[in-house]
Design a protein around this ligand. Structure first.
Ligand SMILES: C[S@@+](CC[C@H](N)C(=O)[O-])C[C@H]1O[C@@H](n2cnc3c(N)ncnc32)[C@H](O)[C@@H]1O
Length: 279
């Protein structure tokens, strides 16, 4: 496992994934019922965009940094709320104005959305990333950090006692068979917890592999989100997607407003499609 999210934190893919995540959390916590959240591939929790790894790629410059300098007039509420969460995290490190230096990863964004009584488990398999994640949340009893295979957690932790849950699956896609593993694990998760909301991120490099993966979702109630930007560096990732299974009410509406706006700001293209569920 070589993948380190610090190289990519705050890039165009995070700027899609994280507003989606924040919006799901907002809608799922609107109901006065406890929520369980599982982040199967959590990463380090937070990232220093001025640190050595982030500076090597400067990917956040065409992502969150660009959003931060975009006028707020006409900004979709989901993006504004995401940026507010980013800014709140950055301020913990003493930032006062301007851009972003400290960027929250998915566990931080999840943690900031949870209410007392909600439950959160974050899995991370890479030893160094796990140590960073543990440090990030040291002393915080509202999150359980596990050095564990997130795919196995789909089996061991589902269904949750709360009966309401959000599962974020955000693998590094280093392994050639990642799409297959993901599909297998997701089916296992759905067999145990069919009513859960699952948000799955994937890169679009091999269009045929993506097509096969999406065919594996046929019949499920889900929303497909895709995003393409001009490549920063030729040959580097410039397109990604998310599948949200069992999306909450009003989520599709929010995404139909949010994704085209993000595409416009980042100079890309976005699509939101809701395939017909099984008859
Ligand atoms: C794309 S990054 C996660 C980014 C994070 N979700 C965020 O949005 O801030 C993927 C992470 O999964 C970790 N990882 C890889 N295989 C794993 C597995 N089987 N179970 C748990 N974590 C894994 C990697 O070490 C890496 O930190």
């Amino acid at each position: 496992m070589n993948y380190r999210h610090a190289f990519h934190a705050g890039n165009f893919a995070d700027v899609i994934k994280h507003p989606v995540l924040c919006e799901l959390l907002r809608l799922l916590t609107a109901k006065d019922k406890k929520l369980f959240v599982l982040d199967t591939h959590a990463g380090a929790g937070g990232y220093d965009l001025g640190g050595a790894l982030a500076v090597r790629t400067r990917e956040s410059e065409a992502g969150v940094a660009r959003l931060m300098v975009t006028p707020r007039a006409g900004m979709p509420a989901a993006v504004a709320r995401y940026l507010a969460a980013v800014t709140a995290y950055d301020r913990k490190f003493g930032a006062t104005t301007g851009g972003v230096r400290h960027y929250p990863g998915s566990p931080r964004l999840i943690r900031s959305a949870l209410r007392p009584g909600d439950r959160f488990v974050a899995c991370e398999l890479h030893a160094d990333e796990f140590q960073s994640l543990k440090r990030e949340f040291a002393g915080d009893r509202a999150i359980e950090v596990r050095e564990e295979d997130g795919y196995k957690a789909l089996k061991s932790l589902l269904p949750p006692a709360e009966r309401r849950g959000l599962v974020l699956i955000d693998p590094p896609f280093e392994a050639a068979d990642e799409f297959d593993r993901l599909l297998r694990a997701m089916r296992q998760g759905l067999r145990r917890f069919a009513t859960g909301c699952y948000a799955i991120w994937y890169p679009i490099k091999d269009e045929a592999a993506v097509e096969t993966f999406l065919q594996g979702m046929a019949g499920l109630k889900c929303l497909h989100l895709e995003f393409r930007v001009p490549p920063l560096v030729p040959g580097k990732l410039a397109a990604c997607g998310m599948v949200v299974i069992n999306p909450p009410w009003k989520f599709e509406e929010a995404m139909r407003e949010t994704l085209p706006w993000l595409a416009n700001v980042l100079g890309g293209q976005a699509s939101v499609t809701a395939p017909a569920p099984a008859a």
